[in-house]
Design a protein around this ligand. Structure first.
Ligand code: PMP
Length: 284
């Protein structure tokens, strides 16, 4: 079955889909994106993702390409046309195409919208076994709360992880604190069994999965501390895990080769993963 993409008002074969060479996303990474999980044909946490999209657009003063209702229709249509039951839908909005100039063009600019979808299996075996994380210095800009397509430091971080045989790279700020992964939020379980994750400020992306896990923790009586933690604290933690749309709750069993706990996914990570899986299943 051939894949279909939505590009600026048209559904086109994925292989033929293209945007203008002077699209500002291509030339300046002047755009934002979202990745929404699809489970049983349903979009997981669609509205929080669209709220975060609106916020990213507002922060960068990019106009919305269409109404929320229209966008929701396009997302569903791309999922349907690609027959995605379980997978992801990707959407990207750029400021539009214009003769190259750093400043925004004064007129004639229309935001560009691209939506794609693909099937993707859940990462069950990695969730069961846990994954390795390595660390890199956080070399990103000071507005990591905006979900910008400007992902070069994240790309390099993830490549370093892959070359080291690890699942993810945790980025370390100048003060020694873990900010987040290349595409995931970072968590630890402290010695007194509190869940610890960095507060959602401008140094990290406020992950939608992070928020859902915070809700799950509150509903189930887990203690939560939103605070920074250092790499040293993470290495000594009882448990570590990461969260994202596609990873769910992923236990981390080593950091830079140092074993976390007894080297197997810990009980709290496994409990949260199980709650999260139940939550996703309840939407299908
Ligand atoms: N941090 C970064 C840098 C990310 O790219 C992502 C994935 N979008 C996340 C965290 C996790 O966010 P979410 O739970 O919304 O997928």
């Amino acid at each position: 079955m051939s894949r279909i993409a939505y590009v600026n008002g048209r559904y086109v074969p994925h292989a033929d889909a293209s945007v203008h060479i002077e699209d500002r996303g291509y030339q300046f990474a002047d755009g934002v994106y979202e990745v929404v999980a699809v489970t049983g044909g349903r979009l997981v946490d669609e509205l929080p993702h669209l709220d975060r999209l609106d916020r990213s657009l507002r922060e960068l003063r990019i106009a919305a390409p269409m109404s929320r209702a229209a966008l929701r229709t396009v997302l569903r249509e791309v999922v349907r046309r690609n027959r995605v039951a379980n997978g992801i839908v990707y959407l990207q909005v750029t400021r539009g195409a214009a003769p190259r100039d750093h400043a925004f063009p004064k007129s004639g600019l229309f935001p560009a919208l691209v939506v794609t979808a693909r099937s993707q299996a859940p990462k069950r075996s990695q969730q069961d076994d846990g994954v390795a994380v390595i660390t890199v210095p956080d070399i990103r800009w000071k507005r990591c709360d905006i979900k910008s397509v400007s992902l070069l430091p994240n790309v390099l971080a993830k490549q370093t992880a892959v070359e080291a045989g690890a699942y993810e790279a945790w980025q370390i700020a100048a003060d020694g604190c873990v900010t987040e992964g290349s595409a995931t939020n970072a968590w630890i379980v402290s010695g007194d069994r509190a869940l610890v994750t960095r507060p959602a400020d401008e140094s990290t992306l406020d992950g939608i999965t992070r928020r859902t896990v915070i809700d799950i923790a509150a509903r189930n009586g887990y203690r939560l501390e939103e605070r920074g933690f250092t790499l040293e604290e993470a290495k000594r933690a009882a448990e570590c895990f990461l969260t994202s749309t596609t990873s769910w709750v992923m236990p981390v069993t080593s950091i830079d080769g140092a074993r976390i706990g007894d080297g197997a996914p810990g009980p709290l990570s496994r409990a949260l993963l199980s709650h999260y899986a139940d939550y996703v299943a309840s939407l299908a």
